[in-house]
Structures are given as structure tokens and as C-alpha cells.
Design a protein around this ligand. Structure first.
Ligand code: 5GP
Length: 189
């Protein structure tokens, strides 16, 4: 998606540890027009999949998952990372290890909002080693929901996380695929 690639080239900052900082438009300040265009682009790719639910992980996946859900006319659900006193429902739960934060946390979705009737489109901001995606997919597997596609804003292909999902035959579509960081610059595939 050229619009997203241009944004990354103009405003992305490469940090140590192969981390791309995109706080200017995605991870802290959010560009609403870009989110709308990303939602339309995900819809174009997955429109034949009969999506009943768009599932993401709080916090940064929410904006683009919402605009995508709007296109499908389906609800958006976000898995919660933080335990809360209001979470009194029965929950599906999975563990996620974050390499960027170097910690393991539990993600949860209420059994009310993810069921065996659902055809789920998973949306997330980054795909690196695939741990976050594995956790989200695990929630779907527990619920008996079908994962009909995975939409990623930025895939760092050199970290290999997408491979396992593509091998499973899941349609994994990334709007910007980074091949490498070379001499402090982003190189797209
Ligand atoms: P994975 O679980 O695939 O290794 O990493 C995915 C998660 O880690 C994303 O949801 C995102 O929160 C975070 N992450 C991984 N790589 C990056 C990066 O280069 N930049 C930012 N901002 N977050 C990242």
C-alpha cells in the first residue's frame, strides 16, 4: 500500500534492535485519514471472506481494525492485555511473549464476543516474530471460530513471523512488507 509505505519512509524512525518507530501516525498519534484508507484496503483484499468479526489486540491495532470493521459492517473486538475488575465474563485466554518489551502477558476475550459461529479477520499493526498473532489465533482456536484472514499493517519479513501462518494456508496480507533495514533506511519487498 503506497500511502503507508510513503508514510513509513517520511516519518518512520529505525531504533536499535530492528524496531521501527511509527508513533507519528500509528502507535501514539494516529492519522485518521490513513486509518480510513487502510480499512478500505483491508476490505478490498478480504471482501469475499464473509467476515463476521474483526479481531485485534489493544492498543495499537484498534484504530485500523475499527475502520476495517466499518467497511465490513461487522463488529470489531479487541483482546485485552490488562486485567480489569469489569472483566467478570468467562474468557478465552492465551499467553503472548513480547520480544520488544521482553515480557510475557495474558490476552483475553470474552466468550460472548468470540464463538464457533464467527468467521474472523485478525488485524494487527506489526508482525515481527509472530508471537502476538499466535496468541490471537489461539483465542480463535479455543472459541472454535474460523480465521478467514490476517491483515497486518507492517510486516518485518526478515523476522520470519509470517511463515507459520502462510504454511497453514491462511491468507496473510501485509500492507507494507519490510525486507530489511539497510544503512539506516527501510527497504520494502
Ligand atoms: P511479534 O509478536 O510478531 O514478534 O511482534 C508483534 C508485536 O510487537 C506488535 O503487535 C507490536 O506491538 C510489537 N512490535 C514488533 N516489532 C515492532 C516494531 O518494529 N515497531 C513497533 N512499534 N512495534 C513492534
Amino acid at each position: 500500500m503506497k500511502l503507508l509505505e510513503d508514510k513509513i519512509l517520511q516519518e518512520g524512525i529505525i531504533l536499535s534492535g530492528d524496531i521501527l518507530k511509527v508513533d507519528n501516525f500509528l502507535n501514539h498519534q494516529v492519522d485518521p485519514n490513513l486509518m480510513m484508507e487502510m480499512g478500505k484496503d483491508f476490505y478490498e483484499h478480504f471482501k469475499d471472506k464473509k467476515v463476521t468479526k474483526v479481531l485485534t489486540l489493544e492498543v495499537s491495532g484498534i484504530a485500523m481494525a475499527l475502520t476495517t470493521a466499518l467497511e465490513f459492517g461487522a463488529p470489531m473486538v479487541f483482546a485485552k492485555k490488562i486485567e480489569s475488575k469489569t472483566l467478570v465474563d468467562d474468557m478465552w485466554e492465551a499467553e503472548v511473549h513480547s520480544f520488544t518489551k521482553n515480557k510475557t502477558y495474558t490476552i483475553r476475550v470474552s466468550k460472548k464476543y468470540l464463538t464457533s459461529d464467527d468467521k474472523v479477520l485478525i488485524i494487527d499493526d506489526f508482525l515481527a516474530k509472530g508471537q502476538a498473532l499466535s496468541g490471537i489465533k489461539e483465542l480463535c482456536d479455543q472459541a472454535g471460530a474460523e480465521v478467514v484472514g490476517i491483515g497486518i499493517a507492517i510486516e518485518k519479513k526478515f523476522q520470519g513471523g509470517g511463515e507459520a501462518f502462510r504454511k497453514l494456508g491462511i491468507d496473510l496480507y501485509s500492507q507494507a512488507t519490510i525486507k530489511e533495514f539497510r544503512n539506516g533506511k527501510v527497504v520494502f519487498e
